[in-house]
Ligand binder design. Structure first.
Ligand code: FAS
Ligand code: PHB
Length: 389
């Protein structure tokens, strides 16, 4: 097969890149290792930055989001024995955020690619990248046991943190930066009316988060030890522990119900540089991972795709490579900003097993400073809503 851009990975980054390139007359083929059902079964992100909302609308993917999504003017922090705090994105930035599940976005992307006759090859096995530093790179894979080859001009590595694209960059050229956190998030989905706002809870028993997907779909998380086993957390125990970590007004408002999904996500910060090698460009989790505390992971995949789609469109439309040549640096500037903010919010809102009394006081004072200072509030709000592209 022949295409202009071979895209490895059919998650949000790969599908959105293929969709935007198609709208700009650039041809691509998406190779996805899993089945479509498997991709859509994953429960992931739920909060969209203003930039993501604007971009999805700009590229014709706003209709269902605007119909089913939940716009909101910020998220709250309920800190044990302190007044409720609102990360007031509306007041300080004038921009709204949107609660709309990554699963919905992926469904919308699949529908758009199908409607446009886009090529998304599912169950593509053993994807391998070749001749990336030449002007004629190609990708090989197997489909139903048959060996296949795609000749292309560029390869987009959108295959997440366990993909093959980042591994195709010689180790001698890579620099990676990583921090693992000594806890994870135990998350559940329940078909219940959600708590009215997105609320992060800081408590001596551990972190908790109330979020939502739609008026009858709620998402809740509690901080858990890394060795936590799902089988030790029946629904009743989850709800009891969640309520033990939030203030009484939340306890009174939360509608519990049976979980329809339950999973544990470890928290990790990871950035790999560069995001380019010859004709290979990385986007999304293939290049970086942030702890979900700042709701940045999916949004970073979108901003990477904004930069990369603009760069590839410029190359084909005007035969210029300025944006391609600056893609890695441009994307990384925003990646590092989101990585720092996600790390900072994670350090603020979680108790660490081995922390000292001094570190606990530092965290408490940091929150009191947020409560007291409009400057601190504005700074957090502009980072939470998402810095401009
Ligand atoms: P993805 O991992 O979504 O997609 C990569 C795709 O590539 C997958 O479909 C995979 O099957 C495919 N692939 C992998 N290897 C391949 C190969 N060799 N060949 C072909 N295809 C291959 N972000 C938030 O903002 N908020 C959250 O609450 C949140 N929760 C998360 C919970 C979990 C458990 C995880 C893992 C992530 C979470 N994230 C969250 C981050 C998440 O939403 C990612 O940022 C987002 O999925 C990034 O999208 P992609 O870069 O497309 O990567
Ligand atoms: C979610 O709705 O899944 C969610 C919301 C906010 C976060 C992380 C996850 O910071």
């Amino acid at each position: 097969m022949r295409t202009q851009v071979a895209i490895v990975g059919g998650g949000p980054a790969g599908l959105l890149l293929s969709h935007i390139l198609d709208r700009n007359g650039v041809d691509s083929i998406v190779l996805e290792r899993q089945t479509r059902a498997h991709v859509l079964e994953r429960i992931r992100a739920g909060v969209l930055e203003a930039g993501t909302v604007a971009l999805l609308r700009d590229v014709g993917l706003g209709e269902r989001m605007d119909r089913e999504g939940h716009p909101h003017d910020g998220s709250s922090i309920a800190w044990e024995n302190r007044p409720r705090f609102l990360i007031d994105t509306k007041k300080y930035t004038g921009k709204p955020m949107m609660a709309y599940g990554q699963t919905n976005i992926t469904e919308d992307l699949y529908a758009a690619r199908d409607a446009a006759g886009g090529q998304v090859i599912d169950e593509a096995a053993n994807v391998q990248l070749h001749d990336l530093t030449s002007t004629k790179p190609y990708v090989t894979f197997e489909k139903a046991g048959a060996a296949q080859r795609i000749d292309c001009d560029y390869v987009a590595g959108c295959d997440g943190s366990h993909g093959v694209s980042r591994a195709a960059i010689p180790a001698r050229l890579m620099k990676t930066f990583e921090k693992s956190y000594p806890f994870g998030w135990l998350g559940i989905m329940s078909e219940t009316p959600p708590y009215p706002e997105i609320c992060y809870c800081y408590h001596s028993r551990g972190f908790a988060l109330a979020s939502q997907r739609n008026p009858m779909l709620s998402r809740y998380y509690i901080q858990c030890d890394l060795d936590t086993r799902l089988e030790d957390w029946p629904d009743d125990r989850f709800w009891e522990e969640f309520k033990a970590r939030c203030p009484q007004d939340m306890v009174d408002a939360i509608v519990t119900g049976p979980s329809i999904e339950k999973s544990i996500a470890p928290l990790r910060s990871f950035v790999s540089e560069p995001m380019r090698y010859g004709r290979l460009f990385l986007a999304g989790d293939a290049a970086h991972i942030v702890p979900p505390t700042g709701a940045k992971g999916l949004n970073l995949a979108v901003s990477d795709v904004f930069y990369l789609s603009r760069a590839l469109t410029e190359a084909y439309r005007y035969n210029k490579t300025d944006y391609l040549d600056s893609y890695a640096d441009t994307a990384l500037r925003r990646v590092w900003g989101a990585a720092r903010m996600s790390w900072w919010l994670t350090m603020l809102l979680h108790r660490f097993p081995d922390e000292t009394p001094f570190e606990e006081r530092m965290r408490l004072n940091q929150f009191d400073y947020l409560l007291a200072s409009e400057h601190a509030q504005a700074s957090l709000a502009e980072q939470y809503v998402g810095l401009p592209y």
